[in-house]
Design a protein around this ligand. Structure first.
Ligand code: ISL
Ligand code: CA
Length: 553
């Protein structure tokens, strides 16, 4: 008897994430734009991906590269016009793909009309769209630390109150307790959906509901502290998301994926369990923490592979039948996956292919970030002048003030900063990686002359061609999408080995996460090798960063 599988297009999709500012510049002003994406649609479609996720393209003063939105219904001037966007949507659809938009509604820009109005007077009809409080003895209302340094509260001179901002001071938090705010958001979502988009990636969705009273973490010593427990997964969060689903999403054949830092597996089921009618999927961050000692982005340690495997296996097994995974190794907030989980030197090509094999053989929807298909490595920006990310710039200012060892600080940025993934997509060995004919808004990463789309396609060892095989393979073998995950050799410190099982079909995935070769004894004789990142067999041995997928039965 065959297991009933609940097939959905978004479960079978590979999502390709585009950071428009850095993808392709069509008019030589140094900034990527919508027409640039339109020019590259054939390339994207050729990869065999199904959905494009666009990072924010709305009007924004760009304090946080578009995550500070001043008009939800307008396109950022640098990126083009609404007509360009309409054309992009149409062309994506013509190419047989879908388009999802980034929805950023935990906060707006301080230049959004609502906020401009809200801060004009305590009596403004928009005052309650945001979160205002009096100070406490001349200090901010509580000790919460903002994500990108400093207090999460900003003093407003004119109306003499503080407003809350979990991110930069130019990203005031919306007050989700206010039903008018929620209605505005749902109305705006419907407006975009009516244009024919295929869903949303929803930014920081688990931060909408704050604990009433906004309690301090520890009022005693006046230090700033991480207040996550008071603004993540707050008391009304499920009510809000359920309502959002009901009022904007339900009844439409679209997908939603919510970004949820600090969500545990137990919590995840409440967000994505199908019967909950909240979200289809979420991005969890547990595996992004395995090379960290604390919540601090710069506080790193070597990758612990056993722990990494453990986390992945847990999400694979425990969500099976209860929710749907989102599998990713990087995005615009993370360093390059090859530099972080693979080998960005000698075995760059092998390890890039191995990591893609990993992403494409897990249960769940696969998310690939621009450049991952050519094994782009970290940017290698050595000077603070070369950085653009507000997170880095704020942190650096504090590090200077605190008299920290700036050499060390910069090393940290080279390893972990978000600009590692934000330098231009590397198209060719032409000046500026073929990204722009002008002056790029951020320098290309140091590797562009060797690592680029043109060079990759010219190579007999092409990662792109390997990735195309992976996308085709995944479509041809539903087991790779829906099959149950069985973890083998969990304590092995080099190999990640697992089976995928659906009814009578069993597949075996062998991944070498190291440069050392290893003898193998687990491959049955009559198995069929579906794909490997090495040419030519070596049956009894897994070579450096080798990956293989077998069909056992
Ligand atoms: O990157 C992170 C963990 O490594 C997160 O803490 C991240 O900052 C957080 O998940 C929120 O990210 C999102 O919202 C931010 C924006 O700067 C990010 O680019 C976006 O992905 C504020 O809108
Ligand atoms: Ca441009």
């Amino acid at each position: 008897m065959n297991t009933e599988i609940d097939r959905k297009w978004w479960k079978e999709s590979v999502v390709y994430q585009i950071y428009p500012r850095s993808f392709y510049d069509s008019n030589g002003d140094g900034t990527g734009d919508l027409r640039g994406i339109i020019e590259k649609i054939d390339y994207i479609a050729s990869l065999g991906v199904d959905v494009i996720w666009l990072n924010p393209v709305y009007q924004s003063p760009n304090d946080d590269n578009g995550y500070d939105i001043s008009d939800y219904k307008a396109i950022m001037d640098e990126f083009g016009t609404m007509d360009d966007w309409e054309e992009l949507l149409q062309q994506v659809h013509w190419a047989g793909m879908k388009l999802i938009m980034d929805l950023v509604v935990n906060h707006t820009s301080d230049e959004h009309d609502w906020f401009v109005n809200a801060r004009s007077s305590r009596d403004s009809e928009y005052r309650d769209y945001y979160i205002w409080r009096d100070g406490v003895n001349g200090n901010p209302p509580n000790d919460w630390l903002a994500h990108f340094s400093g207090s999460a509260w900003e003093w407003d001179e004119k109306t003499e109150q503080y407003f809350l901002h979990l991110f930069t001071r130019r990203q005031p938090d919306l007050n989700w307790e206010n039903p008018d705010v929620r209605e505005e958001v749902y109305k705006m979502m419907r407006w975009w959906l009516d244009k024919g988009i295929d869903g949303f990636r929803i930014d920081t969705i688990n931060m909408f509901s704050k604990v009433p009273g906004l309690p301090p973490v520890d009022a005693a010593d006046g230090k700033l502290r991480w207040g996550g427990e008071y603004f993540m997964n707050g008391p009304r969060i499920h009510e809000f998301i359920h309502e959002m689903n009901e009022k904007a999403i339900d009844g439409r054949d679209v997908m939603t994926v919510g970004e949820c830092p600090d969500v545990t597996l137990d919590m995840a089921v409440d967000y994505i369990g199908p019967e909950r009618k909240e979200l289809n999927m979420l991005f969890q961050f547990e595996h992004m923490g395995v090379d960290h000692l604390s919540k601090d982005r710069w506080d790193t340690r070597p990758l612990d592979l056993v722990k990494f495997k453990d986390i992945i296996a847990k999400w694979q097994k425990d969500l099976h039948g209860r929710g749907w995974n989102s599998n990713y190794l990087m995005n615009h907030d993370q360093p390059r996956s090859v530099s972080r989980f693979g080998d960005d030197g000698k075995y760059r090509v092998e390890s890039a292919k191995m990591l893609l094999t990993f992403l494409m053989t897990l249960e769940g929807t696969t998310y690939i970030y621009q450049g991952e298909e050519i094994g782009m490595i970290n940017s290698g920006l050595e000077k603070i002048e070369d950085y653009r990310d507000v997170e880095v710039l704020n942190h650096y200012r504090e590090a200077v003030e605190a008299g920290e060892d700036l050499g060390k600080v910069l090393e940290g940025y080279m390893k972990m900063s978000r600009d590692n993934s934000r330098t231009p997509m590397q198209w060719s060995k032409a000046e500026n990686a073929g990204f722009t004919s002008g002056n790029p808004w951020i320098k290309p990463g140091i590797s562009w002359r060797e690592i680029n789309v043109e060079a990759d396609l010219a190579s007999s060892d092409s990662i792109i061609r390997y990735f195309r095989k992976l996308t085709a393979m995944r479509k041809a073998h539903l087991v790779l999408i829906y099959g149950e995950f069985e973890h083998l050799l969990p304590a092995d410190e080099q190999l990640f080995v697992y089976k995928r099982i659906l009814d009578n079909s069993t597949y075996l995935v062998l991944l070498n996460f190291s440069a050392d070769s290893r003898e193998l004894s687990i491959i049955p004789e009559n198995s069929e090798l579906l794909i490997s990142n090495y040419e030519g067999g070596s049956a009894g041995k897994l070579r450096a960063w080798e990956s293989r997928v077998y069909k056992l039965s």
